[in-house]
Design a protein around this ligand. Structure first.
Ligand SMILES: [Fe+2]
Ligand SMILES: [Fe+2]
Length: 188
């Protein structure tokens, strides 16, 4: 396991997130960390390559936090940034390609059936991260969007519902209990 790369990425992503160039604020760091944790868990659970998945999860949104202008195509720019960083660590080119694949497909641009196990872990973890940041969703609803109680509740539930529906069939099963209990807590 290349813990040197993973440790570096954690620090580097935190550094980039706290920089003024990051449009999204520190909340995105907690998002990325949640994605990394969930992706690593899924990789072990599904028998995917844990190292590839963990590295790709840390890097999946790197373009968006580095420069907001890259946001629209951040899955493509992210591949180039990942390539640069990982080459400096002399990471094997074949592994770099596998990491880049995960970054490219994390937004669901590719058909689910054609994804590798590693791509599924990162894409699913990205969607699942909402389940770990329900308070941020409420903040978005009530503070940023100024919604009333009912509208805010619907807004948050809709976001969670969409995230759940994006999951692979396997992850739908893995996370069904967690999803149901969150939804029930919000409005029984
Ligand atoms: Fe993303
Ligand atoms: Fe993300």
């Amino acid at each position: 396991m290349r813990t040197d790369i993973i440790d570096y990425l954690e620090k580097e992503i935190k550094h980039r997130c706290s920089s003024r160039a990051n449009f999204f604020g520190m909340g995105v760091f907690y998002h990325i960390r949640a994605v990394a944790d969930n992706a690593t868990y899924l990789a072990k659970e599904y028998g995917a390559d844990v190292e590839i998945v963990t590295i790709a999860a840390w890097l999946h949104d790197i373009a968006s936090i580095t420069d907001y202008n890259l946001y629209d195509e951040h899955h493509i720019h992210g591949m180039a940034i990942a390539e640069r960083i990982l080459s400096e660590f002399s990471y094997e080119p074949e592994k770099i390609e596998r990491v880049k694949k995960c970054i490219y497909s994390h937004r669901g641009s590719k058909q689910k059936e054609k994804l590798t196990l590693e791509e599924i872990c990162v894409a699913d973890a990205d969607a699942i991260s909402h389940f770990d940041s329900v308070p941020s969703l409420f903040y978005l609803a009530y503070v940023n969007r100024n919604l009333n109680i009912e509208e805010g509740t619907e807004f948050v539930k809709n976001k969670l519902r969409r995230s759940y529906n994006k999951l692979s069939e396997r992850s739908k099963e893995t996370y069904k209990q967690k999803y149901d209990s969150i939804m029930n807590t919000i409005s029984p």
